[in-house]
Design a protein. Structure first.
Length: 353
């Protein structure tokens, strides 16, 4: 049995599990929470109160629990576990799916302390710089390119729903070019649809800062969305190269997805070697480029470049999610990997703070 209700200040959800939890328990909880999130976007806190953790009635019940965590992890800012169960001793393990949330354990008789903590001030927002391409021409084809919409939209909501503050920049500033192929019905996702109808997100996109005017010290982390555009401008841009060097030197996380790992092409480490040398990396694969019909159009292959520079390149089957984390360098293979890459960046960033 799973009791749930919102308590003061209204956006804290209190869960009281008892007995073996069933699939129906989590179906009801999902409907209840989704109705709230449709209006409010996120939960300030989740308070789980159980003297003895009840477990599940079946594997299906356990799977439903995991599905609820997966689908709602980015919408919870803080989690308080009020229990005398041994579950308190594995809080770090439980926190892993909620990498974007703060988690704290309280003894079962410290309910008021847990509630007070949930009502308290959240941790300071992270300032994350998102660097987009300004290049709009797809080689000599006469076709347009730019950034890939999903690779901006999915990370945008992973990060902002978790409370991060984003600044968008591009070499030329202003409105960066959108690859039209990423804005067709077949490429639409929940995140892209939300982004296109979000006035605040659209205003931010229309007014990106000029990359030359960016001070790396302003930001806690940097994220590069892909699209083919970065292969022509950001991979060669001295301001981008300097930004990456400064970010790495300051021991701040840096992430790039799909074609954006191409921006690492000319970046060297403090030892004068290629930054990617000896690092586990990924990026848009040769087989995906062939499938896109652009292997003969792009100025260089992301996969070949990373390997040639000494990177320990790996890939998943075409279009499947694949993210590699090597210390503070995080890379994703393709559009489907953009949200998970942002999740890995946020988790890495918060582990460093």
């Amino acid at each position: 049995m799973l009791e749930y209700k919102f308590i003061e200040p209204g956006d804290i959800l209190r869960l009281k599990p008892s007995g073996a939890l069933t699939t129906e328990d989590f179906s009801g909880l999902t409907r209840f929470v989704d109705a709230y999130l449709d209006k409010h976007g996120s939960l300030a806190g989740l308070l789980i109160e159980t003297q003895s953790f009840p477990g599940w009635d079946s594997f299906a019940g356990f799977a439903s629990h995991l599905r609820f965590i997966r689908d709602h992890q980015r919408h919870v800012k803080r989690i308080a576990l009020v229990t005398d169960s041994s579950i308190a001793h594995i809080a770090e393990t439980l926190a892993e799916p909620f990498a974007a949330a703060e988690i704290r354990c309280f003894a079962f008789d410290h309910y008021d302390g847990a509630l007070q903590w949930l009502k308290g001030e959240p941790r300071a927002s992270e300032n994350i710089l998102v660097v987009l391409t300004s290049h709009a021409e797809l080689g000599n084809t006469g076709r347009k390119t730019g950034f890939w919409l999903e690779e901006l939209a999915a990370p945008y909501y992973v990060l902002t729903d978790a409370g991060a503050k984003l600044t968008l920049a591009s070499p030329k500033g202003g409105q960066p070019p959108l690859d039209p192929a990423s804005d067709v019905p077949g490429a639409a996702t929940t995140a892209t649809q939300r982004f296109k109808s979000d006035p605040a997100a659209q205003a931010l996109l229309a007014n990106t800062r000029r990359l030359h005017d960016i001070s790396p010290g302003e930001f806690d982390a940097v994220f590069y969305p892909g699209g083919h555009g970065p292969l022509w401008d950001l991979a060669e841009d001295p301001d981008s190269i300097a930004l990456i060097k400064a970010t790495v030197a300051a021991r701040k996380p840096l992430a790039a997805v799909c074609h954006a790992p191409g921006v690492l092409r000319h970046v060297q480490s403090a030892q004068g070697e290629a930054l990617v040398k000896g690092r586990k990396v990924t990026g848009f694969s040769n087989t995906e480029e062939l499938a896109a019909g652009l292997a003969e159009v792009v100025p260089f292959s992301v996969e070949d470049m990373l390997i040639a520079e000494g990177g320990l390149y790996s890939k998943a089957p075409d279009w499947q999610v694949h993210v590699m984390t090597d210390d503070l360098l995080i890379t994703g293979q393709n559009p489907a990997s953009s949200g998970p890459t942002a999740e890995a960046l946020l988790a890495r960033l918060r582990n460093e703070r």
